[in-house]
Design a protein around this ligand. Structure first.
Ligand code: NAI
Length: 246
């Protein structure tokens, strides 16, 4: 049975979707959970929901693409909690388009959030984890890191997240800090609900499990990676996709 009592966890982009599901799971496992997001109303609503049943949860508005905002956020979390045990880099966006039509704005916006945002969060927090001799970094990549039509920017960013994760795993292992990447397949959130019904059906038809994933499918895997039981699992890229990528 996983119990995260006494652990301080950060989940980025947790006002809704996967991030919210991950935060909810960690709260249920007794961690103190700090969420951030660019959506202030969403953060307030998420905190209110997660506080029910005595959850220890705190919310901040923070854009992970903005280094100064991230540093201020991390400083504040550290001042208030004295340690950071678990970092889940979840915040992400898509701005899809075929490569021949993709604008540099589309490219840059996605890279800034999905890759540079992960660096902004991981750099100061990995320093803290080194000093405290322990920590768990879990980065949300995507099945698309292997390449996906219409997602050159997104796939490049998510492949970058894998490279960053494996480097962090090598550098931090001696400090009892692990870094792993999770690649969700096709999960039912606002990000995927926007696709036309035909595309939804086509995506689901490619999943051996016969259904889209739920945020808790991903959260269950994260709760294990965040636990003491996962101390010897490092630098892995784990698909959570009902068999979509085999
Ligand atoms: P979503 O769009 O439902 O939620 C994303 C959250 O991130 C939103 O609350 C949004 O306000 C927040 N956010 C966006 N930009 C931000 C920024 N600069 N700083 C802080 N927060 C920001 O998306 P979903 O589906 O929950 O995705 C979560 C993560 O999972 C993303 O990294 C996404 O790429 C990844 N993913 C999702 C899959 C899916 O099928 N839904 C599949 C594979 C990966």
């Amino acid at each position: 049975m996983i119990n995260l009592t006494g652990k301080v966890a950060i989940v980025t982009g947790a006002a809704r979707g996967l991030g919210f599901g991950i935060a909810e799971k960690l709260v249920n496992l007794n961690a103190t959970v700090i969420i951030n997001d660019i959506d202030k109303a969403g953060v307030d609503a998420a905190v209110k929901t997660l506080e029910q049943n005595d959850g220890k949860v705190f919310g901040y508005v923070c854009n992970v693409a903005n280094e100064q905002q991230v540093n201020e956020f991390v400083d504040q979390v550290l001042t208030e909690n004295e340690r950071i045990d678990i970092l889940v880099n979840n915040a992400g966006i898509n701005r899809d388009g075929m490569l021949h039509k993709m604008t540099s704005e589309q490219w840059k916006t996605v890279l800034d959030v999905n890759l540079t945002g992960v660096f902004h969060m991981t750099q100061p927090i990995s320093k803290i984890m080194r000093e405290q001799n322990g920590g768990r970094i879990i980065n949300i990549s995507s099945a698309s890191w292997l390449g996906n039509v219409g997602q050159a920017n997104y796939a490049a960013a998510k492949a970058g997240v894998v490279g960053l994760t494996k480097t962090a795993a090598r550098e931090l292992a001696r400090y009892d800090v692990t870094a792993n990447a999770i690649c969700p397949g096709f999960i039912d959130t606002d990000m995927t609900r926007g696709v036309p019904e035909k595309v939804w059906d086509m995506m689901v038809s490619k999943i051996p499990a016969g259904r889209a994933g739920k945020p808790e499918d991903v959260a269950n895997c994260i709760s294990f990676l965040a636990s003491d039981q996962a101390s010897y699992i490092n630098g892995e890229v784990i698909n959570v996709g009902g068999g979509m990528v085999l």
